[in-house]
Write a protein that binds this ligand. Sequence first.
Ligand code: ADP
Ligand code: MG
Length: 728
Amino acid sequence: MANQRMQAYYDVLHRTPKPIGFDGKISEIFGESVFHMGVMQEYLPSEAYKSMKRVVQDGTQLDRKMADQVASAMKDWAITKGATHYTHWFQPLTGSTAEKHDAFFKPTGPGRAIERFDGDLLVQQEPDASSFPNGGIRNTFEARGYTAWDPSSPAFVIDKTLCIPTIFIAYTGEALDYKMPLLKALHAINEATVDVCQYFDKNVKKTTATLGWEQEYFLVDKALFNARPDLMMTGRALFGHASAKGQQLDDHYFGSITARVTAFMREFETEAIRLGIPVTTRHNEVAPNQFECAPIFEECNLANDHNLLLMDILEKVARKHDFRVLLHEKPFAGVNGSGKHNNWSLSTDTGVNLLAPGKNPKSNLQFLTFFVNTIKAIHDNADLLRAAIAGAGNDHRLGANEAPPAIISAFIGSQLTDLLDKIEKNVKAGKMTPEDKTELKLNIGKIPQILLDNTDRNRTSPFAFTGNKFEFRAVGSSANCSSAMIVLNTIMAKQLKDFKVNVDARIKKGDGKDEAILKELQKLIKESKKIRFEGNGYGEEWVKEAKKRGLSNLKDTPRALQVWGDKKVAKLFNDMNVLSPIELEARQEIEFENYVYKIQIEARVIGEMAQNFIVPAAVNYQNKLIENVRGLTEILGAKAGKEAAKGQIDIISRISKHLNQMKEIGDKMLIARKAANQIEDMEKKAIAYCDTVRIHFDEIRYNVDKLELLIDDEEWRLPKFREMLFTR
Ligand code: ADP
Ligand code: MG
């Protein structure tokens, strides 16, 4: 083969779909690798089972004796599933999951051993994971970090290992992970929601935040992936000219799925189903070789664990099928990037979805209460939501005409807009007349019928109401949903708490309950109006309009992250008991650092690839042309030869031009990087990387991509977009 790229391409052309191992009924394997309540009932003595039920349902503590029994049952069950090891499975701030495996096996004497796993090992461990980011909370000299069992998310067996979902905390108690603050935020939202629910139904004792994520990803053949150092190192193609055909024909979206991809999907879905992840939806996405997978929504903490698990399974199964999965937000310039819509709602233990418009006036008022409060929470904390989705990868999507802009706004549809407008105008100061009430109630009563015809969609909004839930669309495909869910649930908890206080005050002053609620809602509708936007979020006009309205447009990660430093934000998270000021500061530091490293790695890879792949290819081809020109002038004489070689000479000089420009800007970037590396302060360093290093990427790429078009296909060693995106 002429080169690495062509060898890779040849390999791809000869692939066939892998056989699918499982051929039975999905319903029979659902959750079979999970230590769920059903299994516990079978494996635990009844007293222990009852305590576990209380732990899972009400969040009570499990005593040590019970923990021993649960551990022993868990181990017995896991061994029947082939497990030999166990691990605490946690979510450090690196963004992925972590595990450290230990064997059940324990030697008891010469040639003798038992399988051991007790309550202590289940409940708490000290993995000494001192290399995870901690933002300065944990001094590495006292590198003790603990993992502690989260019984609300069931243990599961994967690859012969029993995995126990845990939180990860410093020895001083601060969270070093995503799970602990999420659990705290969920606790806060539960309390606040239950309190507000009492206005409508005294039977509500517990509420749940629900999350339904939609995971987008790309598939690339592993041979092509391995021939691209940029994909391997950074998850995205740093160079590469767009292929002649991209997504303009829309022929991939919802198109039929090829046999090789289907085989891959069926296998990972089977794995997911075994692990209790209720995946139901699969389809081709907009960009070529882009796909989506979505489950039925679940309780937020569990749904998030399931998403992390799914990302893991995707990677593992993809390798088996000779694919690599790309979870990066923007692997390929010129076609759509990947997101992870977070569908979110609140439901009660009485079986009510609080964001579903009800059938009668009472449930409609309840719906409106939660609906309007959500909008107000978004309005008051738009910058925080923006910070929650910030990351080097997502910067390529937001505001790039394919994903919602970096401006946070909420879309609610025309019927609800009308309704809110009416309430805003109609609720009179002072007491409402009976006519007012009926009119309003009638209006509200009309919502369900109208909304059932739920065609009112706006794909360009970052935060859209979609009939019975909100859809936060700006979350990045590689993100841990916790970042977004911690913020959303915390700000909503705060908003509902304030709402309760204000409504109670109105009632105390003599308003009837409904009246007090409506008047408070009217106030919130007025105050939050500017966050509502029904138009095209991709348009230039919106950027101008948003500016007029005073909405932020934080275009890059470092600017978005600055909001974590606000005193108001620290107070909010502290008041809601979700993150202490120290934890918040540490998180911000880690995210700045993360950004710096990502851009630094990209800059290095750009430098190496330019030097080791692009320059040699360009020079080789240029030499071929030079040889040709020299030959022509030799045969035809200087003048006629040059005339005959006009085309070649033009290419020679264009190659030189682009090579020189590439080199010149590359040198500038190197100097900027060295300067940025001298900066100690992480925030300043992140800004320097953003403003002085990253700004050169596009121009370097422009020249490289021009060279790709100029140079002999056989000299080009990097798989091209047409190969990576269209072969499968
Ligand atoms: P789409 O957004 O593609 O039109 P759907 O409206 O069917 O698709 O739902 C998308 C996602 O929303 C699914 O993952 C689904 O589980 C989730 N979802 C539906 N209802 C809720 C809810 N009450 N809470 C959270 N997620 C929900
Ligand atoms: Mg969706």
